[in-house]
Design a protein around this ligand. Structure first.
Ligand code: 8YV
Length: 309
């Protein structure tokens, strides 16, 4: 049997049902009772960025062999526990890189050119009263990237086409990279017009965007987050935006999704989207196929397609 932690994709659900005895966790409000009754028939967990496999779930499933995540991010999976218990883990890298990088650029342009406010302006009929105010140019602005992994690199490549000087921060300098490296995130923030969060969420990167970083980015700076909500100290971000200490923000992720701080709703220099980075038909289908391919490989003793553990 396969346990799916929450609804994530209709095609994936359908295909899993064809191949396995599929348990949909969300259909069993009495979770403890469900686990007691079915723990011995569950050999795989399919989770996502919302609901993965924590130590409690892993320990409740004595026959668990593999956790296949419908996400590239692994922050909702207790990797250490999986390693200890010899449970394999897979994710969905690469197939979503383009979508997430596209969205990062989209958010930058939406914030600087005020696309969402402009759309509201036209719809409300205000255009008839007068022209919209001037906005801020994107091309040529300095872009700082936090985390130069697959997604960070794809964002850099796109920003290059906008003639943006590109720099990055990561724990270690990437050998052979043509982009400017800062060994200190504060220096990157001070030297960037736009700062994009594109690293993995770990203990080390939790609240890495704190008050100091936000103030280094400053009243003309823009923060883009397509990583994870907890990368950012959200109350500090809200305070900075409300007080005008930060120029703007484009956010795909939030600390307590789907809760979004109400204070942001009235700010026109902020663009808010509901964790849609990988959310295209094409990419979600490819992600589903990767999950299916990994499970198939595992259960037929073949090498996993995208192993993490
Ligand atoms: C998804 C994600 O939003 O890949 C990730 O890390 O956050 C996403 O692709 C999610 O897992 C889809 O259910």
């Amino acid at each position: 049997g396969v346990l799916m932690t929450c609804p994530m994709n209709a095609y994936l659900e359908k295909e899993l049902e064809k191949r396995f005895n599929l348990y949909k966790f969300w259909q069993f409000p009495q979770r403890t009772q469900f686990l007691t009754e079915n723990c011995n028939s569950i050999r795989a967990v399919v989770g996502n960025a919302k609901a993965g496999a924590d130590a409690t779930l892993i320990d409740a499933l004595p026959k668990l062999e593999i956790v296949s995540s419908f996400s590239v991010g692994l922050d909702k999976i207790d990797l250490k526990r999986c390693k200890e218990k010899g449970i394999r883990v897979t994710n969905t890298p690469d197939v979503l890189t383009e979508d997430v990088a596209d969205l990062a650029i989209g958010l930058i342009i939406a914030v600087l050119r005020r696309l969402c406010e402009c759309d509201r302006y036209v719809r409300s009929g205000k255009w008839k009263i007068g022209d919209y105010k001037l906005t801020t140019k994107f091309s040529g602005k300095s872009v700082g990237i936090l985390g130069l992994g697959r997604i960070g690199l794809a964002i850099a490549k796109r920003a290059e086409a906008f003639n943006c000087p590109i720099s990055y921060y990561s724990r270690t300098e990437k050998e052979g990279s043509k982009y400017k490296y800062y060994s200190n995130l504060l220096d990157l923030a001070s030297n960037s017009d736009i700062l994009v969060v594109a690293c993995a969420l770990t203990k080390e990167t939790h609240h890495i965007i704190n008050r100091e970083v936000i103030d280094a980015l400053g009243p003309k700076g823009v923060l883009i987050n397509i990583g994870r909500g907890p990368h950012v100290d959200e109350p500090e971000l809200v305070a900075a935006l409300v007080e005008g200490r930060l120029g703007g923000a484009g956010l795909d992720v939030f600390e307590n999704e789907p809760e979004v701080p109400q204070e942001l709703f009235t700010l026109e220099n902020v663009v808010l989207v509901p964790h849609i980075g990988s959310g295209t038909v094409e990419t979600r289908t490819e992600m589903a196929n990767l999950v299916l391919g990994n499970l198939e490989a595992h259960f037929s003793n073949k090498p996993l397609l995208t192993p993490v553990v």
